[in-house]
Design a protein around this ligand. Structure first.
Ligand code: PLP
Length: 389
């Protein structure tokens, strides 16, 4: 394999996806002609605020919740920060003497919010997954205490795609009156996502993972859940999130959510076919280890995560990039230094396996030819890199 027969394959849909045609058509008017500030009372403002009202109503109908239980934000990171920090400060305006429980494999938007709270005096217990990447409801319940004010468990993991038993966890902790926050950013479009059905008291979503613009997201907050706003100002979003609303991102989010919900089952079947084929091809390669369970009920259909111990994930990603393939390394690059994945460490992978993980995440435009091309490319890259050792 060389650069000559190169094609382009985007296989990093867990990072972000292109805006869909339907979303583009829906948001177009709000980028230019309907540019009004939704807080203005004249026609331009009313047009924008009507669009936001409609989007909120459509999402509420999709979830079967009250529109006033939905807050638009700038994305998954902000929603996660609001849920975690807003819960802590809602209780006492001080975090001393409070306790939270979270899984050790949450996204950094949750984990780093918790680290901030720990510096303010919060006590946090991190629940470890099993070696397949699954969190046990019993382990979550065991971690809870009398002073626990929040439990945070993500719906699906962004690195290894494992799906958590959210409903069972919610039922267990609700017996003790403890609210559940669920980061569902990676689930929408691939598995059913509904905060009511999941039993989540708060649930975060991000538009750009499902074909809406980057910079738009949502936090569902069940009525009565204690939460303090983090961003103060003009009192938009019912006082929970000040700042002039991003009308286009909100309209796009609603459109993308309607489309994702309507197409979930069919989309999931298609993605599963691609992932299964890639797993089959990669597992034949020397040294390949699959990260996370392969149980179809417990893994996002579009997620493939494997390690090639002894190789370096970033070098593999760059070699694949030269062959036209966009994939992700399991390690996160922080301030120029590659940090080993906390998720792979939590499922018991040693440093060699954690430093050599590759994640491929599929979307609707990927084809079986893409899978064959990726499999050939990974074979070529890993053979070349192992031979150089
Ligand atoms: N939570 C999870 C599980 C994610 O995968 C991501 C993004 O990758 C986020 C939160 C952050 O979302 P955003 O990029 O919209 O800030």
């Amino acid at each position: 394999m060389n650069g000559q027969n190169k094609r382009t394959v985007y296989a990093d849909h867990a990072a972000t996806v292109p805006i869909t045609d339907r979303v583009r058509a829906a948001i177009e008017p709000f980028l230019c002609e309907c540019f009004g500030n939704p807080s203005s009372i004249y026609r331009y403002g009313r047009e924008a605020s009507r669009a936001i009202f409609t989007a909120r109503k459509q999402i509420a109908e999709l979830f079967g919740c009250h529109p006033q239980e939905l807050y638009f934000t700038s994305g998954g990171t902000e929603s996660d920060n609001l849920a975690v920090k807003g819960s802590a400060f809602a209780h006492d305006h001080t975090t001393h003497g409070q306790h939270m429980v979270a899984t050790a494999i949450e996204h950094h938007a949750v984990l780093h919010s918790l680290r901030f709270l720990e510096r303010c005096g919060m006590d946090v217990t991190y629940v470890m997954p099993d070696t397949n990447g699954i969190i046990s409801p019993d382990a979550v319940l065991d971690a809870c205490r009398d002073d626990t004010v929040l439990v945070a468990v993500m719906l699906a993991n962004n690195e290894i795609g494992t799906i958590q038993p959210i409903r069972n966890i919610a039922d267990a902790i609700h017996e003790y009156g403890i609210p559940l926050f669920c980061d569902a950013v990676q689930g929408m479009g691939q598995i059913p996502v509904n905060p009511i059905a999941l039993g989540a008291d708060m649930l975060s979503l991000s538009g750009h993972k499902i074909g809406a613009p980057r910079g738009g997201g949502l936090l569902y907050v069940r009525s009565g859940t204690p939460l303090l706003p983090l961003i103060d100002g003009g009192g938009q979003e019912m006082g929970m999130r000040s700042g002039t609303e991003n009308t286009a991102a909100i309209v796009g989010l609603s459109q993308a959510m309607q489309d994702a919900a309507a197409e979930t089952a069919e989309h999931a079947r298609y993605l599963r076919g691609l992932s299964d084929a890639l797993f089959r091809a990669l597992e034949c390669l020397p040294h390949c280890i699959v990260n996370g369970t392969k149980d179809p009920l417990l893994r996002l259909p579009g997620n493939v995560n494997v390690s090639f111990p002894g190789l370096d994930a970033e070098s593999m990603v760059l070699h694949l990039d030269r062959l036209g393939i966009a994939a992700s390394a399991g390690s996160a690059c922080t301030a120029g230094k590659a940090a080993l994945s906390h998720v792979l460490a939590a499922i018991g992978r040693d440093d060699a396996a954690a430093a050599s993980s590759l994640r491929f995440t599929f979307g609707r435009e990927n084809t079986m030819d893409d899978v064959i091309y990726i499999a050939d490319a990974v074979k070529h890259v890993t053979e070349t890199l192992y031979a150089m050792q």
